[in-house]
Design a protein around this ligand. Structure first.
Ligand code: NAX
Length: 324
């Protein structure tokens, strides 16, 4: 058996974590031969609820779980962490503007960025799930000067997975038949799910579907899927978000075939401003990711990529004073 790795999860009493923690404990993220130590963070008011979750994890008697730490101190939760999944965040309250939400979360993610810097393993891989995820990841990264910016990522894998299923269902194929799906930009309604590079069972996706479906059905369906889930379920996506977080971390850590979408610090690729956390097509291998270069993009794609870039720049401007 390998030595255990330390996995920090914030928002441990929340609904995403109620799926995420159990799947990680079962080995879905890092494999059935990788023991784990779970280090769970909550705010003081939610500690009792999180202790109930810890009781349930214990009651599963998972062979891979070596220890569980439950704390309201970020430095304890992130101590020597090899992986950190930042799920906990402040939800939008009544009367809160988008700017207020950005600021409230900026305060949380600047503190957590500092704690990761001071306490986590030097090689920690960070995934931000809590919204606004891309800008929260930027804030955490800017407050962690001793860590590489590339260690901070945000989640657009749920959008990517949603897009795969929409296209597979439309073409009567399976998600495993779809290659080169890309979600560009922000995890928000401005994201651009792009099928212009996709092949379905070896055929260009754009030859298999009508342009009208792509522009007026597929794109808005993927962009608005979170709201549709809330309307149907009366609660936001939880198990699917946990599943996407596991996909993101597993592929980053262990590698994967094909192209996946990850929000990562832009290096200027495809003309996107350097530094913002932007969703790109990547390949993962040997514990790292690399942006896939060389896609030829038409005016329609470029326009949408720039619209979502603009939103990310505006979010960054709104929290500039907290960027460390
Ligand atoms: P919940 O409200 O069920 O849980 C969030 C938990 O975080 C709560 O228990 C809360 O006490 C805790 N928390 C708040 N501040 C904290 C802090 N400073 N430190 C530690 N814990 C803290 O939300 P849930 O449904 O689990 O969603 C969590 C976040 O994921 C939300 O921001 C949500 O918007 C976001 N999502 C992001 C997605 C993505 O694709 N990037 C998709 C799903 C989800 O909507």
């Amino acid at each position: 058996m390998k030595d255990p790795v330390r996995i920090a999860i914030t928002g441990g009493a929340g609904q995403i974590s109620y799926s995420l923690i159990f799947r990680i404990a079962a080995g879905d993220m890092l494999g059935p031969d990788q023991p784990v130590i779970l280090q769970l963070l909550e705010i003081p008011q939610a500690m009792e609820a999180m202790n109930g979750v810890v009781m349930e994890v214990n009651d599963c008697a998972y062979p891979l779980v070596r220890d569980i730490v439950a704390t309201d101190d970020a430095n304890v939760a992130f101590k020597d962490a090899d992986y950190a999944l930042l799920v906990g965040s402040r939800p939008r309250g009544p009367g809160m503007e988008r700017k207020d939400l950005l600021e409230a979360n900026a305060a949380i993610f600047s503190v957590q960025g500092k704690a990761l810097n001071d306490s986590a393993s030097n090689d920690v891989r960070v995934l931000v799930v809590g919204n606004p995820a891309n800008t929260n990841a930027l804030i955490a990264s800017c407050n962690a000067p001793d860590l590489d910016a590339g260690q901070f990522t945000a989640m657009t894998r749920l959008d990517h997975n949603r897009a795969l299923t929409q296209l597979a269902q439309k073409t009567g194929k399976h998600v495993t038949d779809v290659d080169s799906m890309i979600v560009w930009g922000n995890h928000s309604a401005t994201q651009y799910p792009d099928i212009s590079q996709c092949q379905v069972d070896g055929k260009p996706a754009l030859d298999l579907v009508e342009r009208d479906w792509y522009e007026n059905d597929f794109i808005p369906t993927v962009q608005q899927r979170g709201a549709a889930i809330i309307k149907a379920r009366g609660a936001s996506s939880a198990a699917s978000a946990a599943s996407a977080a596991i996909d993101h971390m597993r592929d980053w850590a262990l590698g994967c075939d094909g192209i996946v979408s990850m929000s990562i610090p832009s290096d200027g690729s495809y003309g996107i401003e350097e530094g913002i956390i932007y969703s790109y097509p990547v390949r993962c291998k040997g514990g790292s990711y690399e942006i896939v270069q060389g896609f030829e993009l038409d005016a329609f794609s470029k326009e949408r990529m720039q619209a979502t870039e603009k939103e990310l720049r505006e979010e960054r401007t709104a929290v500039e004073h907290l960027l460390g």
